[in-house]
Ligand binder design. Structure first.
Ligand code: AMP
Length: 564
């Protein structure tokens, strides 16, 4: 690349974008590598070739059409990682449906909001996960389920939802069983799938993912076939994936990291998707890499830290590993070095992106010099443009910090049902304003140096303080509240709430945390709560969150880490 004179990069590439839908592309891969292993799910004992996965996908897709779902309808999935998740991902794409990822950690208030916001007509759900009893929660939201025939739900609080499909062996009133759905299909439904394959367009929405909201509510980023199929493909290219690769995927499928950087990167290259467990557990990852001879491994920094620091780490043979991706949060340079030397991932890459851009914009390549690979997020991805701008929207010189803007095939269609919020994020010229602060050097390498948005990333999960503040305002004793992120060695950041109580009130920290339990996801519950009489303010009356953060760092003696 020529030396840059300004912070604008374009991923010029001779490799064209894929111009088909996910379903058509999936079929072409299954035809090319029918006998190669496609999916291994350790905790379910599943081991399928591409031909077998295709049969499962087609059978379930026809069953979904038999549920009277029409192209464009939204279908939620609320489940940890399993084979049903990946079958649903490709079956919905083939049937022209829009898959709506519901975070497995969501609690009542969040799941009700998400299902209604995008009007899900069907929900595929696990029975439970960790301490969340999904069936009970759904019955709590829709008591009408008990008397409803499967597929005919009419619930006051979930007005659009008609069908619930239960994953697993259980049987619940008002719900279909996942395994029974294929048998609902007739030849008419199967024939319709073939017709749809020719009709669906790659610019059709295929997926909605909720991102924590700046406005207090999660926003549904709407992504097309073109968005995520191509991102998955080029992310796989950057790792040199081939049909011989076996990628261990411990990251959650409900997020782009699992379903795009994991599933779609594999499927576009004929590689094997290997799930070590339904959720992240470091020992299971290490066991899986050894037993399945994985060549690649993904994770957010927190996961790699937990694997490297596991007491049994040295017992496992990880020499088959070659590559993988660390992403989702600032990547500590020291952890990257250890991943290269102690986990043998000498071609590990860092990726940077956000859900709204499918997600990846920058990724280091396996040929970048090691020093560059551990200390930057690499260079711009093929076909994508990025510029760094100052507060007036002007492109800055190389090396100067500013806000990172992304444009190209990867930018989402918009936030579902929120044109104003979309217009605030994607400008008239098509640039997605990421809210991340970055620099691009003269050779095009990028560093993420901070965030202009006031988002916190705890263990790879994004949280907008505003959402937690809105929730805590509902507590009767809370007068005012400010939430910030503070540094944490294990999770990258932890949430901290400063609360001013109403006059004459007193409260315990536990009381505040208890108020959150069951209503909002565990990772959104502030680890630190402090009752204060006032917040630090500027002379103009603006609250200075950074001062709250600094005070907590000092008070709790927290350490700050150097990142790529
Ligand atoms: P999400 O929408 O959940 O994918 O989160 C996107 C946000 O995560 C970005 O806007 C960044 O703030 C942050 N992020 C993702 N990858 C990286 C990275 N490699 N380094 C620093 N921050 C990152």
């Amino acid at each position: 690349m020529a030396t840059l004179t300004q912070s604008y990069v374009h991923g010029a590439s001779a490799r064209p974008l894929i111009g088909s839908t996910i379903g058509v592309h999936f079929d072409s891969i299954a035809a090319r590598w029918p006998e190669r292993e496609a999916l291994v799910v350790r905790h379910q004992g599943v081991r399928w070739t591409y031909a077998e996965l295709q049969r499962e996908v087609d059978a379930f897709a026809a069953g979904l059409l038999a549920l009277e779902l029409e192209p464009g309808d939204r279908v939620g999935i609320w489940s940890p990682n399993n084979s049903e998740w990946v079958v649903t991902q490709f079956a919905t794409a083939k049937a022209g449906l829009v898959l709506v990822n519901i975070n497995p950690a969501y609690r009542l208030a969040e799941v009700e909001y998400a299902l209604n916001k995008v009007g899900c007509r069907a929900l595929i759900t696990a029975a439970r996960f960790k301490t969340s009893h999904y069936v009970e929660m759904l019955r709590n939201l829709a008591p009408e389920l008990d008397a409803a025939a499967p597929g005919e739900l009419r619930a006051a609080r979930l007005p659009d939802l008609r069908a619930i499909v239960l994953i697993g062996d259980g049987c619940e009133p008002g719900m279909y069983r996942f395994a029974d759905v294929p048998s609902l299909a007739t030849d008419t439904h199967r024939d319709r799938l073939a017709v749809l394959a020719a009709q669906l367009q790659f610019d059709d929405p295929v997926n909605i993912q909720f991102t924590s909201g700046t406005t207090g509510f999660p926003k549904g980023a709407t992504l097309t076939h073109h968005n995520i199929l191509n991102n998955g493909f080029f992310v796989g290219e950057a790792m040199n994936l081939t049909e011989s690769d076996r990628l261990c995927i411990p990251v959650p499928l409900y997020h782009c990291f699992g379903m795009v950087l994991g599933n779609l990167a594999c499927v576009t290259h004929g590689s094997a998707m290997i799930y070590p467990d339904e959720a992240f557990e470091p020992r299971k990852v290490l066991e899986t890499v050894e037993a399945e001879r994985c060549t690649a491994l993904h994770g957010v920094p927190t996961m790699f830290i937990a694997e490297l620091d596991h007491p049994d780490f040295r017992r496992f043979d990880l020499r088959t590993l070659r590559t993988g991706i660390m992403a989702g949060a600032p990547c500590p340079i020291e952890v990257m070095r250890r991943v290269v030397t102690e986990m043998h991932m000498d071609q590990v890459t860092i990726a940077y992106g956000m859900t709204e851009t499918s997600p990846v914009s920058f990724q280091s390549s396996v040929d970048d010099p090691l020093e560059r690979r551990v200390s930057s997020v690499g260079r711009v991805q093929p076909h994508i443009e990025v510029k760094i701008v100052d507060a007036d929207g002007r492109i800055v010189p190389p090396g100067v910090r500013g806000e990172l803007l992304t444009r190209g095939y990867s930018v989402m269609r918009g936030y579902w049902g929120d044109p104003e919020l979309t217009a605030e994020s994607v400008d008239d010229a098509g640039w997605m304003h990421t809210g991340d602060l970055a620099t691009i050097d003269a050779e095009g390498y990028c560093n993420i140096v901070g965030r202009s948005k006031d988002m916190v990333i705890r263990g790879g999960e994004n949280v907008y303080p505003r959402e937690i503040e809105e929730f805590l305002y509902r507590h009767p004793k809370v007068q005012d509240v400010q939430v910030v992120g503070v540094p944490d060695l294990k999770y990258g950041e932890e949430l901290c709430a400063w609360i001013r109580l109403r006059d004459g009130q007193s409260a315990l920290v536990d009381e505040i945390r208890e108020f959150c339990r069951g209503q909002i996801a565990h990772y959104k519950i502030p680890r630190y709560v402090k009752f204060v009489d006032e917040f630090p303010m500027t002379v103009t009356g603006k609250i200075q969150k950074f001062v709250i953060r600094e005070k907590m760092v000092e008070e709790l003696q927290l350490q700050v880490v150097q990142t790529a």
